[in-house]
Design a protein around this ligand. Structure first.
Ligand SMILES: Cc1ncc(C[n+]2csc(CCOP(=O)(O)OP(=O)(O)O)c2C)c(N)n1
Ligand SMILES: [Mg+2]
Length: 596
């Protein structure tokens, strides 16, 4: 059997149905094999960066391995940004890179290249994969694939890379003679002491809150999570990555929180006396820049597959007093099984209801003519989205408005590259999801800036007639960057809109030229009608929604303030009156701008 055929058949045996990529001299054998295998369909993108992101999107919605295949050199290096997305967000993906033939590898010679398009991918990808290896012996292919697969899914999942020289792809092997990989035996887990401690903490707590993060989806914890939330009966906060872990109208759901989060969530976090964090690394986007000020009245419990994520705050301001190193898909069922009846805390519930009513909602003034408010668009989109929709969101203000405004129902997914947030992620990731869903509907929400980086993939939508609705938040600029420059550099705009040196295009005309049906939304009264029409017929569509170029991301935390003190600022006496604990009085350390 040809080694390239063995690779593809191995993937098919793992349940992989699609591989993503672009051909090239060092990848032709792998694509030839993929095209001949009855269980695998190769999907060709317009850029290997997109293919890595499609593989990432595929893995996020299916829970299976996402696979990208490229040629050596530029094909391989183009995978880098997408590989980072999978690495930081714990998504199991395999980057299969072709490489020059073994006799053309430069080895230890002091030159830049020997083989044409030779690039040392192992050192480039070493820090953004859990495992990166090069095949050197055709007899090692089974071992190499099984080891890569194990790394991709074991413990905290993530990206892996296997570099396969061209001559080895063509080698003949006898599968019966190949050695397999034996993973190290898993250590026995005993959650009983941790669960006993958690039980005692909850019994004592007067103002507890649960925080749900993206780790609950990688891998997906399943229905046990909903049962746990119901049984616990405590207020539930989410990071943006955890938003799709609870339906928006659940009685315990408070909402998201953080630097760009709504004030309500931040008041709950800052006043809680117990915070149980499941599958979140508590990034700076949720804690704010002054770590000492974050949840300072709370005993913080963190449950995470990666113990380093819990140790990283030591001596740096946040005290993680209870640390449970566990995969959430194992811990949540164990916790559920051990859980008794929950206590009700009417005082805490009433306090949260009070904040919900009293804290400013920071909605902007009505939009200028020809523009629609981003929050009106998000809310009305939420009402139109199908029940099991997979929604991909790009970055910028678009991500903030979507995460703060979208009301998700049970079964809908909301996905972004949460920790890497490259512009141009959402469209190719949505492509990966759409092919796996076999006609099922997928939504891609993107800003105009983000779409420019993935514009060529509109052709891929049309080529495969993918059921993807692209909702473009078109504000004629990089809205979030404009606001950053207003906050820090006196609104001296540089490279953020046409006037300051950036190029955009007529997206509706480009969409039509590429063969997409296009709907324009530029009147508030037409939002729901137009969205309903766009979602009525399956197939790709571009919805060009014109957002005010001046729409802000409010509320927002300015670096140097605590989460209870976002902009637009509330008077200090008002903050004092709303807080249960004293408002934060410390000062900031030097640091940077929190960003998306
Ligand atoms: C690849 C990449 N380059 C730069 C950035 C920094 N960045 C974050 S958001 C943004 C502007 C996004 O503009 P747009 O997609 O139009 O979103 P808006 O804020 O206008 O909604 C930039 C430049 C990034 N996240 N990714
Ligand atoms: Mg924009």
């Amino acid at each position: 059997m040809k080694l390239a055929d063995y690779i593809i058949d191995f993937l098919a045996r793992q349940g992989v149905t699609h591989v993503f990529g672009m051909s090239g001299g060092a990848a032709v054998h792998m694509f030839d094999a993929a095209s001949r295998h009855p269980g695998i369909t190769p999907v060709f993108g317009q850029h290997e960066q997109s293919s890595a992101m499609s593989a990432d999107g595929y893995a996020r919605v299916t829970g299976k391995l996402g696979v990208a295949i490229t040629t050596s050199g530029p094909g391989a290096t183009n995978l880098l940004t997408g590989t980072c997305c999978s690495f930081y967000d714990s998504v199991p993906t395999l980057m299969l890179t072709g490489q020059v033939a073994t006799h053309r590898l430069k080895g230890d010679r002091q030159v830049r290249q020997v083989g044409f398009q030779e690039t040392d991918v192992l050192s480039i990808f070493g820090t953004v994969t859990k495992h990166a290896a090069q095949l050197r012996d055709p007899q090692a292919i089974r071992f190499a694939l099984e080891r890569a697969l194990w790394h991709a899914f074991e413990g905290r999942p993530g990206s892996v890379l296997l570099d396969v020289p061209d001559d080895l792809q063509r080698a003949e092997i006898d599968p019966a003679t190949l050695q397999g990989f034996s993973p190290p035996s898993a250590r026995a887990e005993n959650f009983a002491p941790a669960l006993a401690e958690l039980g005692a903490l909850l019994a004592r707590a007067e103002r507890p809150a649960l925080v749900l993060g993206g780790g609950l989806s990688t891998p997906c914890v399943g229905p046990g999570l909903a049962a746990l939330i119901d049984r616990l009966g405590v207020p539930v906060l989410t990071t943006w990555a955890g938003l799709d872990c609870i339906r928006h109208d659940h009685q315990n759901f408070v909402g998201p929180f953080g630097v760009y989060g709504p004030r309500l969530g931040n008041y709950v976090v800052q006043n809680a006396d117990l915070l149980v964090c499941l599958g979140t690394r508590l990034s700076q986007n949720v804690t704010g820049g002054i770590l000492e000020s974050f949840a300072r009245a709370a005993h913080i419990v963190m449950v995470d597959a990666d113990p380093h994520e819990m140790a990283k705050f030591d001596g740096r301001g946040i005290r993680i007093e209870t640390r449970i190193a566990a995969r959430l898909d194992r811990f949540v069922p164990a916790w559920l099984a051990a859980l008794g009846n929950s206590a009700s805390r009417p005082g805490w519930t009433a306090r949260i209801a009070g904040w919900r009513a009293a804290l400013p909602h920071d909605r902007p003034a009505p939009p200028p003519p020809g523009r629609v408010d981003a929050y009106d668009l998000v809310e009305q989109l939420g009402a139109v989205l199908p029940a099991d929709e997979a929604i991909f969101v790009d970055t910028g203000g678009t991500l903030t408005w979507t995460c703060n405004g979208l009301r998700l129902t049970q079964g809908q997914r909301l996905i972004s590259a949460w920790n890497n947030t490259p512009m141009g992620y959402a469209l190719p990731a949505a492509i990966g999801a759409a092919v796996s869903r076999d006609g099922g509907s997928v939504t891609c929400i993107t800003g105009d800036g983000g779409l420019m980086l993935a514009l060529s993939e509109l052709a891929t939508l049309v080529r495969h007639r993918l059921n993807i609705r692209v909702v473009l938040f078109n504000n004629a600029g990089h809205g979030i960057q404009k606001q950053t420059l207003e906050t820090w550099l006196g609104a001296h705009y540089v490279g953020v809109d046409e006037a300051s040196g950036l190029a955009f295009t007529d997206f509706a005309a480009v969409g039509r030229a590429m063969g997409l049906p296009v709907h324009v939304i530029d009147q508030s009264t037409r939002i729901t009608d137009t969205l309903t029409q766009a979602y009525a017929t399956p197939g790709p569509v571009l919805i060009d929604a014109r957002i005010p170029p001046a729409q802000k991301l409010y509320p927002v935390l300015k670096f140097g303030a605590a989460l209870e003190n976002q902009l637009p600022a509330m008077p200090p006496e008002r903050i004092k009156a709303e807080m249960i604990i004293p408002p934060f009085a410390g000062t900031a350390r030097a640091g940077g701008t929190p960003g998306v």
